[in-house]
Write a protein that binds this ligand. Structure first.
Ligand code: OGA
Ligand code: MN
Length: 296
């Protein structure tokens, strides 16, 4: 039997009773999608998935993205990204070491946005007392939208925001010790800046969502720069109030699936090189859910 138990927090639920490595009936996929839209962040504990099994699960919800920063990955599964601070015997990185280390929403820079990140914890870093490090922190954009001042809700009605992949990339590159290279002209051409509504209607729940994030939102289209900068700065502060935040403490074997329409997230980099972290990741696009909205 499948159970969905909500966290005692603004976001999150634990889903038990499913082995995600096995093919699931359509009814289970619908249950997960509904739970995702109502809780924003789902934890499936005690999972064990090969890359092929993770892809087979994730692709039930939409098409899978091959990340523009993962283009040169060789191997059978270009849709799978490894996030890790580990290196092989020759010192070669086993994955992307600094992914997501500031507030953002995956793929908001893409013409087709993402529905969900599916992230499986293979290795979780711990401190000397056995406490997990490398949390992922989430923020609830349905609650953030609801709490906006009415006058601002009205101002944002019908407005679009430009999102730019290079913005977050360059911000990460500017950090001391970063070994990110500038995006190539080909990478930039593949993900040019795009506009999306500042307020989206969630295709599964019908809830209104504040769709803006400090990682990629560059400007409000058609507004004076000063006005756009001031309102974006207000939104970035507003959306990260404590009341909207939830911290996930990882356990190995957790598969986390989070709503990339209605949440922001942040990978907390509070662990050292000797404290190993390894995540197996895949990104589900929102093509299927927008083509078949669940609400009327
Ligand atoms: C991501 C990401 C967060 C983490 O996979 O897009 O931001 O904690 N990951 O690894
Ligand atoms: Mn991310």
């Amino acid at each position: 039997m499948v159970t969905v138990v909500a966290n005692d927090a603004v976001l999150g639920a634990t889903v038990d009773g499913l082995d995600l490595a096995q093919p699931l009936p359509d009814a289970a996929i619908e249950t997960i999608l509904t739970a995702l839209a109502s809780h924003g962040v789902l934890r499936f504990p005690n999972q064990d998935l090969s890359p092929a099994q993770q892809k087979a699960f994730a692709c039930r919800f939409g098409s899978l993205e091959v990340n523009v920063a993962n283009r040169n990955a060789t191997g059978e599964h270009p849709e799978i990204m490894i996030l890790s601070n580990m290196v092989d015997a020759a010192g070669k990185p086993l994955g992307l070491a600094d992914a997501g280390q500031d507030w953002h929403t995956d793929m908001s820079y893409s013409a087709t946005i993402a529905l969900a990140n599916v992230l499986f914890a293979i290795k979780v870093p711990h401190d000397d007392h056995g406490q997990p490090l490398g949390d992922t922190r989430f923020a609830d954009m349905i609650a953030a939208y609801e709490a906006l001042p009415t006058a601002l809700k009205q101002r944002l009605d019908g407005v679009t925001i430009t999102h730019d992949f290079n913005l977050f990339w360059e911000r990460m590159r500017a950090r001391p010790g970063s070994n990110r290279q500038p995006l190539t002209p080909e990478q930039r051409a593949e993900k040019p800046p795009v506009s999306h509504p500042a307020v989206m209607v969630h295709p599964v729940s019908g809830a209104k969502v504040l769709y803006a994030n400090p990682g990629y939102a560059a400007c409000i289209d058609g507004w004076e720069k000063a006005d756009s900068d001031a309102v974006l700065a207000f939104l970035f502060r507003h959306q990260l109030q404590d009341a909207f935040l939830y911290d996930h403490h990882w356990t190995e074997g957790d598969l986390m699936m989070w709503d990339n329409i209605a949440t922001l997230h942040y990978a907390v980099a509070d662990y050292g090189a000797h404290q190993h972290r390894m995540m197996q990741r895949c990104q589900v696009m929102a093509d299927q859910v927008f083509a078949h909205p669940r609400f009327r």
